[in-house]
Write a protein that binds this ligand. Structure first.
Ligand code: ZN
Length: 188
């Protein structure tokens, strides 16, 4: 096969050279609400083409590769107990959950993924929709995970509407959302 980034022949979807050069993360923090930040590792434009793999047969491999170069490194340096909660980890048409794939790469002795803790009761798609549309169609998140410190995980933040809703649902359930982690921020 060919590396998706440089198109050279490779036995991986993203060749080792491109993982070093192209997937070197740069950490960026955006405050969504007082006391609630989202940390991203890439600008959206940088990895937009790769993120489209979400809808392909090998999407889980691509997501895992990106996460191992970013979320995993973050997790390995995080030394306090918390639950890692992917946003709405339901299976997509390809039979995997892209957010669950991300959360799984963060498992350490301190960080425990909880894949089934946060679901949207309304599965409206926000992709390409305006802020007005997003605000008019809340996702209706419900958190059923443990109380304690929670790190929310998603692939992309754009307006932040989804993460703010998720934050509120976790708070309502008596848990403590620390911050959110995403691969890419569309606003950087
Ligand atoms: Zn390459």
């Amino acid at each position: 096969m060919r590396c998706l980034v440089c198109r050279r022949l490779s036995w991986r979807y993203i060749c080792p050279e491109c993982q070093v050069e192209y997937l070197r993360p740069s950490v960026h923090k955006r405050t969504l609400l007082p006391g609630f930040d989202v940390v991203s590792f890439y600008a959206f434009d940088e990895i937009e083409e790769l993120l489209k793999a979400k809808y392909s047969l090998f999407g889980n491999f691509i997501y895992k590769t990106i996460a191992k170069n970013s979320l995993t490194l973050f997790a390995q340096n995080f030394e306090s107990q918390a639950f890692v909660v992917p946003i709405d980890a339901r299976l997509n048409a390809m039979g995997f959950s892209h957010t669950a794939v991300l959360a799984r790469t963060m498992r350490t002795k301190y960080l425990k993924p909880r894949y089934d803790a946060l679901y949207a009761s309304n599965d409206v798609s926000y992709a390409g929709k305006s802020l007005a549309f997003r605000l008019a169609h809340p996702r209706g998140f419900r958190y059923t995970g443990p109380t304690g410190d929670v790190i929310l995980v998603d692939d992309v933040v754009t307006t932040g509407t989804t993460l703010k809703e998720a934050y509120a649902a976790v708070r309502r359930a008596g848990a403590n959302p620390l911050f959110a982690l995403v691969l890419a921020d569309a606003d950087r």
